[in-house]
Design a protein around this ligand. Structure first.
Ligand code: SF4
Length: 365
């Protein structure tokens, strides 16, 4: 139950591309992405979701650009968005051109769905002229049929070759502002594909387990894939693909990076013991109520709720605020010092009150 600093492997070197003002790769902070679920033509609805995502910690948002109305929506969304917008393109190269015209910060092209070399090169040429990067977004579920046949399925080699073929086409027009992803819903396949990709190219990598499903399973699959690679130093930007409100994706992405020490904490870090037969308070109730109340404060604060003296005082002392419980009451710690004894039914209130004081006085106070 003692906390140890997570030792994340040295990050692999990649070149850098700029997605609007957000650097991706080349040692830049790992960015969090998500994708809107609204119709992009619904400008106000999409912007509301983008703002909610930005508040939850995303750095970059992707919107589908599947028809001309969506491109028209993008032209209005881009100038009002607080974060760079990426247009997601599948079957129609003209939608890529229209998205560029709308002023998007980047494109995502799926090589399995947009297959004609002359059209791909036309898009790359236009992106090059506008200094807009492209993500080559390979997906195991929509692999180019030729590669599927050649490798007898969606293998790591097939996914990586798909990305490399697209990169070669871009190279023919001298375009190299490229990030790459090789997503799969199968976690071992995803991990192996990115490992191979990172040995093959120094372009920045966008990590994700595609179609991971609803939480909690989707969160676990995504974390298994993304965290494994991050701990090997692989990955420059991440997305959780959850069957849920995209704000959940944003929160999860942000929390993962914070947990690995790869991004500064923006919100609450609640340390709480799982409780066991030793405790004489309802740890689960106190911790869940404290989490709900403290999250509302949007403070980068660490709070410990511990069920007994086994690890309680140690954890509570290390956090900004902490409770180390005894029999139906507990010691309240502030910045390592015991300041009061609080009854169980007043613990949440005391934590919120002290967190508010820290907020007023500054987090270092
Ligand atoms: Fe650990 Fe005490 Fe919590 Fe049990 S009650 S899990 S021993 S801190």
């Amino acid at each position: 139950m003692t906390r140890k600093p997570v030792e994340v492997a040295k990050r692999r070197h990649t070149r850098q591309v700029m997605v609007g003002k957000v650097p991706v790769g080349g040692g830049a902070p790992i960015s969090v992405q998500s994708m809107t679920t609204t119709k992009t033509a619904d400008v106000e609805g999409t912007l509301a979701q983008i703002y909610a995502l930005a508040a939850a910690g995303v750095d970059i948002v992707r919107c589908t650009c599947n028809q001309i109305e969506a491109a028209e929506g993008l032209a209005q969304i881009v100038p009002r968005s607080p974060v760079p917008i990426v247009a997601d393109i599948h079957f129609h190269y003209k939608m890529a051109l229209a998205a560029l015209e709308a002023g998007v910060a980047a494109l995502r092209l799926n090589p399995g769905n947009l297959r004609k070399p002359n059209e791909i090169k036309l898009v790359a040429q236009e992106a090059k002229d506008r200094s807009v990067p492209i993500r080559i977004g390979v997906n195991a579920g929509s692999l180019h049929p030729e590669l599927y046949e050649k490798y007898n399925g969606a293998t790591p080699e097939a996914l990586v070759e798909s990305a490399m073929r697209e990169l070669e086409l871009f190279g023919e027009v001298g375009f190299d502002q490229v990030a790459i992803s090789v997503k799969a819903s199968n976690v071992p396949l995803m991990i192996e594909s990115y490992r191979l990709l990172s040995e093959t190219t120094d372009h920045p990598l966008h990590l994700g387990v595609t179609e991971a499903g609803p939480p909690p399973g989707g969160l676990i699959k995504s974390t298994a894939g993304i965290a494994t690679l991050l701990a090997e130093g692989i990955g420059d930007t991440i997305r959780y693909s959850l069957t849920a409100d995209p704000v959940e994706e944003a929160k999860a992405g942000r929390q993962l990076l914070e947990a690995l020490g790869l991004r500064e904490r923006k919100g609450l870090d609640l340390i709480a013991c799982p409780s066991c037969g030793r405790t004489e308070i309802d740890v689960i109730k106190v911790a869940s109520e404290a989490q709900a109340a403290l999250e509302e404060l949007h403070l980068p604060i660490q709070v410990a709720v511990m069920g007994c003296v086994v690890n309680g005082p140690g954890e509570a002392r290390e956090a900004d605020l902490g409770i180390a419980a005894g029999r139906h009451k507990g010691h309240l710690f502030i910045k390592g010092e015991i300041v009061a004894v609080v009854p169980e039914d007043e613990m949440v209130e005391a934590l919120v009150r002290e967190a508010q004081k820290i907020a007023e006085e500054g987090i270092e106070a």
